[in-house]
Design a protein around this ligand. Sequence first.
Ligand code: BG6
Length: 497
Amino acid sequence: KKADNQLLVIFGASGDLTRRKLMPSLFELYVRGLLPKRFAILGASRSEYTDDTFRQQQREGIRRSAKGASYDDGQIDEFLRMIHYVSFEPTEYATYGNLKNRIGELLETLGSPDRVVYYLATPPVLYETIPAGLKEAGLNVAATKKGWRRIVVEKPFGTDLESARRLSELLRGVFEENGIYRIDHYLGKETVQNILVLRFSNGIFEPLWNRNYIDYVEISATETLGVENRGPYYESAGALRDMIQNHLLQLMAFVAMEPPAVFEPEPIRNEIVKVFRAIRRYTPAEIGRNVLRAQYTGCEIDGQYVPGYREEKNVAPDSTTETFVAMKLFIDNWRWGGVPFLFHTGKRLSKKQSEVVIHFKSTPTQLFSGQCSGRSCNKLTLRIQPDESISLKFGLKMPGAGLSVRQVSMDFRYDSLSSDYLPDAYERLLLDVMLGDSTLYARRDSLEASWQFIDPILRAWKQNPQRGLLTYPVLTEGPDPQQLLEDGNDRPDENCT
Ligand code: BG6
């Protein structure tokens, strides 16, 4: 389905997200013929660019993006002609007049479609300012019945429950609720959507997908990169807000939700919010037992010193911000009662990898030698990135005399599907907002329910910033999350390896 003709306005156009993700994704959509027939992009930010100098900057970003590299300059030129730029000072209401004029002109050249998507790719401090300015300038409502205005808000959507509510209220005072798109790029990943397809299009998994057969579920997203140049943001966010409140919880919702009656946005989002509402809220004592946090420390690796978190640019030398979190949580409902969900995420760990692992219960007794017992005998691994794949581990008879068992794995790799390429998460999500499909965007109630679980942990850490804060040397595994499944928490090795 092709989206209607429209204009996309990107605030924060001179920033990293626009150059690294949004423009390359829009370019891919263009190359694949998925953009509306008549379409324009208006970049808005403080920097002084002309249309030409801004296009030049975006050309570099597109060239650098791996997929963009396979297209020729001619195609990039054609795409760049759709891009325009306006300098814009978000806190000065006078400049909204300029913006209004540019939007008016561009809509005119598109044949007056009266349809505009605003994308907030700015630092979060502007999430309140810009919508308020748009309202004051009358840019928040369509002039015609067939027109619409939509707004995409990047994470972090609030820093706690109260601020998330305030932001939702503010946006609701400016846009219709169904015009507000809260983006979580994990939901745009093909392999994440495939969790739903795997579960709900096959008869063999669902009967086992519950507390009777599942021992525990592991959800992880680890990274090798540090905080790069995002020190100021990360200092106030930390791994809990940056990764768990949104990406990991959303993954969990896809793993844990009930099948919707129909595959449409609201029925799906209704099931997601039920999962979030059933997450057990922890008391301060339970937080101590079920949540681990840690920070990376510097080490010399191959003759080169890799700085620790406290040595990063714009990070306080005595910062207690966590760069790693492991936690065990429970969904108190009939399907999942008593099944631990084990999360972990961290920066500067030994590998970049995101996956969901379903650990099934083992057989009640062991009949064979070499048979796996205890946890993790049969596990289904859904690898989200890299090497997108699904694998199932089980025991088989070793060839020859006797009956001894060997654990083997049955693997499927996405790249074996065909030459079909795996679109970037932003391609999918940008296309969805243009089409008006909010299925893969977070709804206000589920977002607030997720903060209700996160808030007590933030409060406990704020009260005791040092207590329980572990360290791990850069590019190592970090604290072992499995210890949360055992009684008593072992301290990780804090020496450089
Ligand atoms: C972002 C976080 O939302 O997700 C980053 O702010 C993190 O800190 C990134 O690096 C990870 O995304 P991905 O798609 O690379 O796993």
